[in-house]
Design a protein around this ligand. Structure first.
Ligand code: 6PG
Length: 231
């Protein structure tokens, strides 16, 4: 397994953390658009990322060169409130200036394998992402890569994997593979609250968790609040 490089940033509370994450997204976007004419951003699901999207909406972030991707999705019908895309649209995307055709959702179909295959095909021509946002679950999962499941750590793996038995509902999901999530110029993990502290302890001591399998060349910046980081 490739080594994982982690940089820890611990904030007094979630709002300080989200302010910093907002600044990082805006900075990464400015640099990417200046250098390459586009900004490829991967969104996470979950409550902590939602707070970031709400801040980005207030800040009026998002513009013509932005392309939005999803690290994982729950296999439910279009606009289902439990879908990560629905959450991100309501919190931010629908009021951003990002062109509709540049919001690349995972297909809202219940056929998990077909959704994963379609998304892999869509990603096939794309190089490295600019910024991947990830959350972490209480069991050490990230995106929809759960402990004990195939996490797709090698380049031979498909970019998007079907997930059939996720312990966090709903069971059917699509997740980008660990290898695809690692192919990014920057990766940030957002972790807030006491509920994350066991997973973080296990991650830091090197237990084999899905979050430990994300290995971007430039390392990972972990933005955590004090409650999430024991000691
Ligand atoms: C999902 C996620 C998942 C999430 C973590 C953290 O679809 O559920 O993408 O990986 O990011 O479980 O979620 P919370 O911030 O809500 O704890």
């Amino acid at each position: 397994m490739k080594d994982q490089v982690l940089r820890w940033h611990v904030y007094a509370d979630p709002s300080e953390l989200l302010a910093e994450a907002e600044a990082v997204v805006k900075q990464a976007a400015t640099e990417a658009v200046e250098r390459r004419g586009r900004f490829d951003l991967v969104l996470a699901g979950g409550s902590t990322p939602r707070g970031l999207y709400e801040r980005l909406a207030v800040a009026g972030a998002g513009g013509l060169g932005w392309h939005i991707w999803f690290g994982d999705e729950r296999c439910l019908g279009a606009n289902d409130p439990e879908r990560n895309e629905t959450m991100a649209r309501q919190a931010w995307l629908d009021q951003s200036g990002i062109p509709a055709g540049q919001i690349h959702g995972i297909p809202p179909i219940r056929d998990t394998e077909a959704a994963a295959a379609t998304y892999s095909a869509l990603l096939a021509g794309l190089g490295d992402f600019d910024l991947v946002l990830l959350g972490i679950g209480e069991d050490g999962h990230t995106a929809s890569l759960f402990p004990g499941d195939e996490t797709g750590q090698t380049v031979a793996s498909t970019d998007a994997l079907p997930v059939f038995d996720a312990p966090k509902p709903p069971p059917q999901r699509v997740s980008l593979s660990a290898d695809r999530l690692s192919r990014s110029r920057q990766v940030i993990v957002l972790a807030t609250g006491r509920g994350k502290s066991d997973a973080i302890t296990r991650w830091r001591r090197g237990d084999d968790l899905p979050i430990g399998r994300i290995t971007p060349r430039s390392g990972i910046d972990v933005f955590a609040d004090r409650e999430a980081v024991p000691g």
